[in-house]
Ligand binder design. Structure first.
Ligand SMILES: *[C@@H]1O[C@H](CO)[C@@H](O)[C@H](O)[C@H]1NC(C)=O
Ligand SMILES: *[C@@H]1O[C@H](CO)[C@@H](O)[C@H](O)[C@H]1NC(C)=O
Length: 517
């Protein structure tokens, strides 16, 4: 390589943050094989990143060397401390990168030759690194990386003009001066408000602020989240621009509002989603299916189950249930929902990733006897969503699950618990009409208040049973068919995004053309 051009990326060490950046880097070197990318992050996740890159570049070792993932701090189990100190910890490494020195990964021990000074640095908006990066060298352009849950990001980190919480620290300081109190407590009250204020975020229906807390389990994480959201606001307002991993096919209104705001502030803005999957070649998809199957405790059983369900019940008959790896709903509610599936003879696959998710023995027996359900600790999600027998996805609506479901044109049954899930659930059910939302699964004080659009949950098992019957019956009729049609339309737009002249392809091309002409 004569003289490569260099992009540096500072990533948060969580897989959900790093993986899309790896996919983006892959797309970058596809378009510009003379651009090299250094990703700086922390901890053991680096090893997983190297495996993921192997998957993206099977047989193209040379191009793969354009991307290097380097650790500047070892694994730590205190995330709160890690996030507080990220800026301090990265400083010496970042200086070495800019001064074109050899750097060593503290996780793998591998050392890396100097590359030219990066022209642009992209950093995860949730990190508190902006002021460090700026101070080390104000001449380097700093863009911030914004995750794909755009409406939720605007709500939690965005400026007030587009519905966000705005400068929470400043607002809290002002209140402190007026009426006393404790800075952090006031910030928390502003950020996680449940007073019944109407919130209007681009891409979402009008909602009461408490609707974003449908389930009581969120509370414990407030301290960590408050820090991340405050960083998010500082990153957005400080950076020279934003690269958003959201997708026009799924959240056009929020992305447009985001872009308008950036342009008004004199900032650049690019949209490069979806990056949840590399939906390029079917070869690598079937390869990843094979990997997925091997990872699951019942990969082969699941495939056989889907094939049989297709024979016996037809296309789109199977309901897939998963709440991801970190979340789990109120068990009484979920068990009631499964009982309705048995009553209505709807075949289903359920993934139980968390220890909290064990089924009571009598329900497990009933499922076994009925032959209608298959439960597994971890299910090969893409294989299931891509199977012709699969009809619906019952999900907590984490961003990755939503985008994967829509990528395969599968409509959803939304059961949000926290985080960005209530935003997604409202968008999917009210705005896009590709989902039903389970309202009676709400719990806790905020969760059981009435919704802006009219519903009043009671949260009892009886009410949930009634609602489950209603939803599942409608899903099998013309109403469900309409939602499927809408989901399939989004699927084809998501696929087009990365084709030559697709919207994500073009925005990345614009960015690369500007920085690396
Ligand atoms: C898709 O994959 C093919 C073959 O692996 C590759 O030549 C092409 O550049 C890829 N396109 C995109 C947009 O990633
Ligand atoms: C949006 O997604 C990112 C990861 O993709 C996550 O860290 C963040 O917490 C999400 N936002 C909200 C409000 O949940």
């Amino acid at each position: 390589m004569a003289s490569p051009r260099h992009l540096a990326i500072v990533s948060l060490p969580g897989w959900g943050h790093l993986r899309p950046l790896l996919a983006l880097s892959r797309k970058i070197v596809d378009q510009k094989p003379d651009v090299v990318v250094t990703i700086l992050t922390a901890g053991e996740v680096i090893k997983k990143a190297h495996l993921e890159l192997d998957r993206y570049f099977s047989g193209e070792q040379k191009l793969k060397d354009n991307i290097r993932v380097i650790g500047f701090v070892v694994e730590t189990f205190d995330w709160f401390q890690l996030f507080t100190e990220y800026g301090v910890l990265i400083e010496p490494f970042y200086k070495s990168v800019l001064q074109q020195e050899t750097i060593s990964c503290v996780v793998t021990g591998k050392s890396y030759e100097p590359w030219p000074k990066p022209k642009v640095v992209l950093f995860d908006m949730y990190l508190n690194v902006f002021s460090t990066l700026k101070a080390v060298d104000p001449s380097v352009k700093l863009l911030t990386w914004s995750p794909g849950n755009t409406s939720a990001t605007l709500r939690t980190c965005g400026p007030e003009e587009i519905g966000g919480n705005g400068d929470v620290s400043a607002k809290a300081r002002a209140e402190l001066e007026r009426s006393g109190g404790e800075q952090k407590k006031i910030e928390s009250k502003i950020t996680f408000g449940t007073s019944g204020k109407v919130v209007q975020i681009p891409g979402l229906p009008p909602m009461f602020d408490y609707e974003f807390y449908p389930n009581e389990i969120m509370e414990m994480q407030h301290d960590l989240l408050l820090g991340l959201f405050t960083n998010g606001y500082r990153s957005l307002t400080g950076a020279d621009g934003v690269i958003a991993s959201g997708s026009i096919a799924y959240e056009s209104e929020a992305l447009l509002a985001y872009k308008d705001w950036c342009i008004r502030q004199g900032k650049e803005f690019y949209t490069v989603g979806p990056l949840a999957l590399l939906n390029n070649e079917s070869r690598s998809l079937s390869q990843s299916n094979a990997n997925e199957k091997a990872l699951s405790d019942k990969g082969l059983d699941i495939e056989a189950f889907l094939n049989q369900a297709f024979e016996k019940y037809g296309a789109h008959s199977v309901l897939y249930i998963s709440f991801g790896t970190a979340w789990w709903p109120n068990p009484a509610h979920l068990h009631a929902f499964i009982a309705v599936l048995l009553e209505l003879k709807i075949p289903f696959i359920s993934a139980h990733a968390t220890p909290a998710s064990a089924l009571p023995p009598d329900l497990a027996n009933k499922i076994q006897e009925s032959g209608l359900g298959l439960t597994s600790k971890w299910a090969p999600q893409q294989l299931i969503l891509n199977h012709k027998a699969t009809g619906w996805f019952l999900t907590h609506c984490g961003q990755n699950s939503v985008v994967e479901s829509l990528t395969y044109g599968i409509p959803l049954i939304a059961w949000p618990l926290g985080g960005d899930q209530p935003d997604n659930a409202a968008r999917l059910s009210v705005i896009l009409n590709v989902a039903y939302q389970v309202i009676e699964a709400r719990t806790g004080e905020a969760g059981l208040k009435s919704l802006k659009r009219g519903a009043q949950p009671s949260g009892t098992v009886e009410a949930l049973t009634r609602e489950a019957r209603q939803i599942l019956e409608r899903a099998q009729g013309p109403d469900g068919a309409q939602k499927r049609k809408n989901a399939q339309a989004i699927a084809s737009n998501l696929k087009r995004a990365w084709e030559v002249d697709g919207d994500a392809y073009n925005d990345l091309k614009k960015f690369l053309g500007k920085e690396f002409p």
